[in-house]
Design a protein around this ligand. Structure first.
Ligand SMILES: [Zn+2]
Length: 1010
C-alpha cells in the first residue's frame, strides 16, 4: 500500500517559463522596491547528429537592475551533471529512495555518453574574463563591475556533448526520441533580493533571469524541432510550420537553420526527432497548439492530445489568468513530464489517463513556473503544489476524474504523516532527506493546503485571490510572502499563522468531538484539539428534514471570518476560538427544530485532519457483508464481516463469523472471530459445545517514533488459549523506506492448554498447564529471502523458569535470472532440557507451537481427519525443514529435541510470470537432538550417535494467495492469505529404519509462504 501511494504521489514530474519587456515593473502592486535582472540572449548553435556534439556562440546582454554593484557573474552548465562522480550522481546513490530514472545510471556512463559543456572563450564588453568551473556552475570574475542600472555584454563560444538521456535532457530517450534539449546552454544564474541563486544541478529545479531569447539552431534537415518561442523562418524550414498558402523557400544542402524568438521568458528548451508527426490546433482567441510525437501503436492516445490541450488552456485562462504567449507545444521527449516556457516534454507511450494527466500537469506549470516564475529551488511547493492543485481540478472538469479531485493530495499528505517522514515544505528542493518527502511536501501537501486555504478564507475569496495573485505577480519571482499578502488583502484576514504552520512545521491537525450533551432545547457539543495545529472549525449539524446548519468558529488570530459558503440552510458565526485553548463548547439551539441526525467537523473534507473518526457523531462505520473493506477511507472505519463454517472429522462442526476492520492505511486494525464448535478431538469425546474466538487489535503508537505498533490478542483455538501484548518497532531513520528493514518485537504472553480438545497433528503434542513468558524477536531484512531472524523466548513452565530457547534462521537468495533462483538457508535452535513438548523442534516439521499458529494446516488436517491426512502425506511445512522426514511411518523414532540444526538449498524455477507456480529442486541436511547444543550435537558417521539426516528431492508449489481472480475472497480470509500448496517428492533420504534410501515418495504440504 505504501508503495502504491508513493508511486502515485511521488510524481515523476519536475518542472519551470515567462514576459515583461525590458522594463522592470515598478512595485505598484507588489513588494515595495521590487526589482529583477534582465538578459537578452542571442545564440547560434550547430548540432552534429552523428557525434551528439553542439558548437555554440552565445551573446548575452545583461542589465543589472539591482541596487548592488556586481563583481562576479555565474552560469549554469547543467550538462556537467551527467558525469560519474557529479553531485547529481552521488546524491542519487546516497538517498534511501533514489529517483529510479537516475539510480546509478550516471556512474556507468562512458566517455561518449556523458554530458559536458566546455567554455572555449568568454568576454565581458569585449574583454577576456577569468573563470573557473565548479561542478555545474561557471564562476566568472568580471573584468569591470556592473553598477546598478548598467548593462554588460557577455560573449562566449562553447562546445557541448549531449549526454545519453538520464534525467530530463539528453539524447536517445527510452522511447527513441533523438534529442531532448533542455538545460542545454550556459545559462546565467539569477540574482534577486535574496542574492545569487547559484544552485548546483543536483536534481531539481530551476530559476532563471527574465529576458528574451533569439536562437538559431542548425542541424540535419531530417529533424523536426519543437520547443520554446516562435519560429521566425517557417517558409525556410517547413516541417509543418509553414504557411501552406505561400511557397517554401528551403536552402540548398543537408542542413536547415531554425530561427526561434521567445520574448519575456526565463528559459529556452527544444527537442528534435527525425520521426515526429507535427499537428497544429488553435485555441479560439488564443495561442496555436503544436503537438509533436512519434506516431506508433504505442502512442495511439495522442490523437486526442490537441483537443485536450486546447480545452485545458481555456480552463486555465478562465480560472487562473490569460496565457500570454502565441504558442504552446506538447512534445514527446524527456523522461516523464517536464515543463518549459511555452512547451512541455512528456513521455508518450502511456495510458490515455496517464498521458492526459501528465500533459495537464505540465501545461498548468506554464501559469505557475512559467508566468509566475517562483524560485523552484527554494520554494518548490509554489510551483509543483499550485500546479498539482489546479491541474487536479482541471483534469476533473476537462477530462473527468474523482468527485473530490484533491482527495489524492490529501491522502498523500496523510500517508506521510502516518509514516512520520514529513519534512517542512520550505525545505530546499535538493535537501529533502527522501524523494518521498520532497514529493509530498512539494506536490501533495501544498495542493491540499491551498484547498484548505479556501476552507479558511472561503471559496469566493480563494477564487478571486488566485487571479489577483497571477495578475499582480506575472513575469516576476513571487515568494511565499507575496502570495500570503495577496490572499490577506483579498480576504481581509491575517494569515501568517497559517503560512508558518504550512511551510515551516510538520504539526498535525486533529480535532475531535469529545462529548454531546442533549438538553431540553439545546445540544452542547464539546470540541477538543488534539494536534498542535490550530485552525478555524466548521461544525455542521444535519437535521432529520435534510437541512444543514453551519456553526463557523473562527480563530481569534485571523481577525476576521470567511463569508458564507453556499450549500447551508443556516449559517451561524460562533465566538472566536483562542489558539491557546484546547477545548471549546458550542451550544446548538434545537427548540422547534427537527431531530439532529449527525454532527460533523468539516464535512467538506478540506481540513487535513489526520483522524476523521472522531470528527463525527454518530461514529462513522462502514460495514461490508461478505465483501472486503477498503483499506483507504478517510471518512469511515471500514470493516467486513462474513459467516464462516468449517467441518472437521474430529472437531465436528464449527460455526460462527469472522470480521476484520481498519482505518486509513491499516491503522486501528481489529480482527474478530467467534465460533461455536462441537465434536471429538484428540480421541477424547467432548460431548458438548465449545467456543473458539480471536480478538486482536493493532494500533500505531503515534508518539513512539516511526513504524511502532502495539498489538494485543486474545485467542482460543482447538483447545489452546493464548493471550499476548506485543510492541513492534522498526529501526532506522527512514521508516518504511529503509532498504534493509530491521525490526524489533517484544511480546509478553500467556499460553495454556485449556480443554481436552487438541489437534492431533501437533507433532509431539502440547503439554498441559500454563506458560507465562517473554518473547523477543529481531529481524534483519527479509528473513525468508535475504536476511535473518533471532528469536529468544524465556518462559515459566510448571513453576520453573526453564522453558527458554534461542533460535536463528537466515536465508540468502541468488536470483540468477528473473525466473530462476537459489536460496541457501541456515537455521538452528537451542533450548533448555526441560523445554515443553510444544516448543521442541524436529527437522521435519515446525514445532507444535508453530503448527498451531498455522491455521491453514490445522484446518485442513482436521477437515480430512487423521487417517486421510496421513494417507495424503499432509505436512505443515516450515521454512527450513527437511522434506520427507515428517511422513508418518517413516520409521525414524526420535525427531523432536531441545536443539536443532538445518542447512537447506532450494533451487526455484518460475516458468510463467503471471502464474504463482514454482518448480523446485531441494536438498536439506540437519538434525534435532536432546541435551546440550554443542557437546551433544550428533556427529555424521558416528555409529553410536544419531547421525545427521539428509534429503534430496523435487517438487512444485502454488501460492493461492497470489491468484488475482479470487482477490475478493483472499482479502477477507486469513486462511486464503496464507494458503500455499505444495507437492514434493523427496526421492532420497538417509538413515531410515526398514526403508530404502532411494524411493519414490511424496509429501503434500500446506504452509504459510514457503
Ligand atoms: Zn510538476
Amino acid at each position: 500500500m505504501e508503495s502504491r501511494w508513493y508511486k502515485l504521489l511521488g510524481l515523476t514530474f519536475c518542472c519551470t517559463l515567462v514576459m515583461i519587456f525590458d522594463v522592470v515593473q515598478p512595485a505598484a502592486a507588489q513588494r515595495a522596491g521590487y526589482w529583477q535582472q534582465h538578459v537578452s540572449y542571442m545564440m547560434n548553435v550547430h548540432l552534429n547528429g552523428e557525434t551528439h556534439k553542439v558548437n555554440g556562440h552565445q551573446k548575452a546582454v545583461y542589465t543589472n537592475h539591482s541596487p548592488d554593484t556586481l563583481t562576479h557573474i555565474y552560469y549554469h552548465l547543467y550538462f556537467n551533471a551527467f558525469q560519474p562522480g557529479s553531485m547529481m550522481d552521488v546524491r542519487s546513490r546516497t538517498l534511501p529512495d533514489p529517483d529510479s530514472r537516475i539510480g546509478s545510471r550516471i556512474l556507468h556512463l562512458n566517455k561518449t555518453q556523458i554530458g559536458y559543456q566546455h567554455i572555449q572563450s568568454l568576454t565581458q564588453d569585449g574583454k577576456r574574463v577569468n573563470y573557473q568551473v565548479q561542478n555545474t556552475i561557471l564562476e566568472v570574475k568580471l573584468d569591470h563591475p556592473i553598477a546598478p542600472g548598467e548593462t554588460s555584454t557577455f560573449e562566449m563560444d562553447f562546445k557541448s556533448q549531449v549526454p545519453l538521456q538520464i534525467r530530463r535532457s539528453g539524447r536517445d530517450n527510452k522511447e527513441g526520441v533523438d534529442y531532448s534539449m533542455t538545460q542545454w546552454y550556459p545559462k546565467i544564474a539569477e540574482y534577486t533580493d535574496d542574492g545569487w541563486q547559484t544552485h548546483p544541478y543536483v536534481e531539481r529545479e530551476f530559476i532563471g533571469v527574465w529576458g528574451d531569447f533569439d536562437v538559431t539552431i542548425t542541424l540535419d534537415s531530417a529533424y523536426t524541432i519543437g520547443g520554446t518561442g516562435y519560429l521566425e523562418n517557417p517558409q525556410e524550414v517547413g516541417h509543418g510550420y509553414e504557411d501552406p498558402s505561400k511557397p517554401l523557400d528551403k536552402p540548398e544542402g543537408n542542413e536547415l537553420t531554425w530561427h526561434f524568438y521567445a520574448p519575456n521568458v526565463h528559459d529556452f528548451a527544444w527537442a528534435a526527432d527525425r520521426d515526429y508527426t507535427h499537428e497544429i490546433y488553435q485555441v479560439p482567441d488564443g495561442p496555436k497548439v503544436h503537438i509533436l510525437y512519434i506516431k506508433s501503436p504505442k502512442t495511439s492516445h495522442w490523437d486526442i492530445m490537441g483537443k485536450e490541450t486546447v480545452e485545458s488552456i481555456e480552463w486555465l485562462n478562465k480560472h487562473v489568468g490569460t496565457y500570454p504567449y502565441k504558442q504552446y507545444s506538447v512534445i514527446q521527449g524527456g523522461d516523464g513530464g517536464m515543463e518549459y516556457p511555452m512547451c512541455t516534454l512528456i513521455n508518450g507511450e502511456e495510458s490515455e489517463r496517464s498521458l492526459i494527466g501528465t500533459m495537464t500537469h505540465e501545461l498548468t506549470h506554464n501559469w505557475f513556473y512559467g508566468v509566475l516564475g517562483s524560485n523552484e529551488s527554494l520554494y518548490p511547493f509554489m510551483d509543483e503544489g499550485f500546479t498539482t492543485h489546479f491541474s487536479s481540478k482541471m483534469m476533473k472538469d476537462v477530462y473527468g476524474g474523482p468527485e473530490n479531485p484533491l482527495l489524492g493530495s490529501y491522502l498523500g499528505y496523510l500517508n506521510i504523516k502516518y509514516h512520520k517522514l514529513e519534512e517542512p515544505s520550505i525545505t530546499h528542493a535538493d535537501r529533502f532527506e527522501t524523494n518521498y518527502a520532497y514529493g509530498i511536501s512539494s506536490y501533495s501537501k501544498p495542493a491540499a493546503f491551498l484547498d484548505q486555504l479556501s476552507y479558511i478564507i472561503g471559496e469566493k475569496n480563494f477564487e478571486k485571490g488566485i487571479k489577483r495573485y497571477f495578475k499582480t505577480w506575472k513575469f516576476k519571482h513571487p515568494d511565499p510572502h507575496d502570495f500570503k499578502r495577496v490572499m490577506e488583502k483579498q480576504s481581509g484576514m491575517e494569515l501568517d499563522w497559517y503560512f508558518r504552520f504550512w511551510l515551516h512545521s510538520t504539526d498535525k491537525i486533529d480535532y475531535k468531538i469529545s462529548s454531546v450533551e442533549h438538553n431540553s432545547d439545546s445540544v452542547k457539543v464539546k470540541l477538543h484539539r488534539i494536534g498542535d495545529a490550530t485552525l478555524p472549525i466548521d461544525l455542521v449539524v444535519n437535521y432529520a428534514d435534510g437541512t444543514k446548519e453551519m456553526h463557523n468558529i473562527p480563530l481569534g488570530i485571523m481577525r476576521g471570518q470567511k463569508p458564507e459558503d453556499p450549500g447551508y440552510d443556516r449559517w451561524i458565526y460562533e465566538k472566536d476560538w483562542a489558539w491557546t485553548k484546547p477545548d471549546y463548547t458550542v451550544t446548538i439551539a434545537t427548540a422547534g427544530k427537527p431531530e439532529i441526525q449527525s454532527i460533523d467537523i468539516d464535512p467538506s473534507n478540506r481540513l487535513a485532519d489526520v483522524n476523521r473518526l472522531n470528527n463525527r457523531t454518530p461514529f462513522p462505520l462502514k460495514l461490508h457483508f461478505m465483501e472486503p473493506a477498503s483499506p483507504i477511507d478517510w471518512d469511515h472505519y471500514q470493516a467486513s464481516i462474513r459467516p464462516a463454517v468449517w467441518y472437521g472429522q474430529q472437531s465436528g462442526l464449527r460455526i460462527g463469523f469472522t470480521s476484520s476492520g481498519s482505518y486509513l492505511f491499516g491503522d486501528k486494525a481489529l480482527d474478530l472471530d467467534f465460533f461455536l464448535t462441537s465434536g471429538v478431538l484428540d480421541d477424547y469425546q467432548i460431548g458438548h459445545t465449545d467456543v473458539d474466538y480471536r480478538l486482536k487489535y493493532r494500533h500505531q503508537m503515534d508518539n513512539w517514533g516511526k513504524e511502532t505498533y502495539l498489538s494485543t490478542s486474545l485467542r482460543r483455538y482447538y483447545g489452546i488459549f493464548e493471550e499476548y501484548i506485543e510492541l513492534k518497532k522498526q529501526l532506522g531513520t527512514y521508516g518504511f523506506l529503509e532498504n534493509t528493514k530491521r525490526t524489533l518485537a517484544f511480546r509478553a504472553f500467556h499460553q495454556a492448554k485449556t480443554a481436552e480438545r487438541q489437534v492431533s497433528n501437533l507433532g509431539s503434542g502440547w503439554e498441559r498447564g500454563d506458560v507465562y513468558g517473554f518473547d523477543f524477536r529481531f529481524t534483519y531484512g527479509n528473513a525468508a529471502r535475504n536476511g535473518f531472524t533471532v528469536h529468544a523466548v524465556a518462559a515459566t513452565h510448571r513453576d520453573l523458569f526453564s522453558a527458554s530457547y534461542t533460535e536463528f534462521s537466515g536465508n540468502k537468495t541468488y536470483d540468477w535470472t528473473p525466473k530462476f533462483s537459489t536460496r541457501l538457508g541456515l537455521a538452528f535452535g537451542m533450548g533448555t532440557r526441560q523445554l515443553p513438548r510444544q516448543y521442541r523442534w524436529t527437522v521435519a516439521d515446525p514445532s507444535p507451537a508453530q503448527l498451531w499458529q498455522n491455521e491453514t494446516f490445522t484446518s485442513f488436517y482436521n477437515l480430512l481427519g487423521n487417517q486421510t491426512a496421513r494417507d495424503l502425506h499432509l505436512v505443515g511445512n516450515g521454512q527450513n525443514g527437511l522434506i520427507g522426514y515428517g511422513l508418518s511411518g517413516i520409521g525414524f523414532p526420535d525427531f523432536a529435541g531441545n536443539n536443532y540444526l538445518t542447512a537447506t538449498v532450494w533451487n526455484t524455477y518460475k516458468p510463467i510470470r503471471k502464474i504463482p507456480l514454482n518448480l523446485e529442486l531441494f536438498s536439506g541436511l540437519g538434525k534435532s537432538w536432546n541435551g546440550v547444543f554443542l557437546s551433544d550435537m550428533p556427529v555424521f558417521g558416528d555409529p553410536d550417535n544419531v547421525p545427521l539426516l539428509f534429503s534430496v528431492g523435487a517438487g512444485a508449489s502454488y501460492d493461492v494467495s497470489q491468484i488475482n481472480s479470487i482477490r475478493r475472497w483472499t482479502a477477507q480470509s486469513r486462511f486464503l492469505q496464507k494458503l500455499n500448496l505444495s507437492l514434493r517428492v523427496p526421492f532420497y533420504m538417509n538413515n531410515l529404519n526398514q526403508h530404502s534410501n532411494f524411493k519414490p515418495r511424496f509429501v503434500f504440504g500446506l504452509s504459510e509462504r514457503f
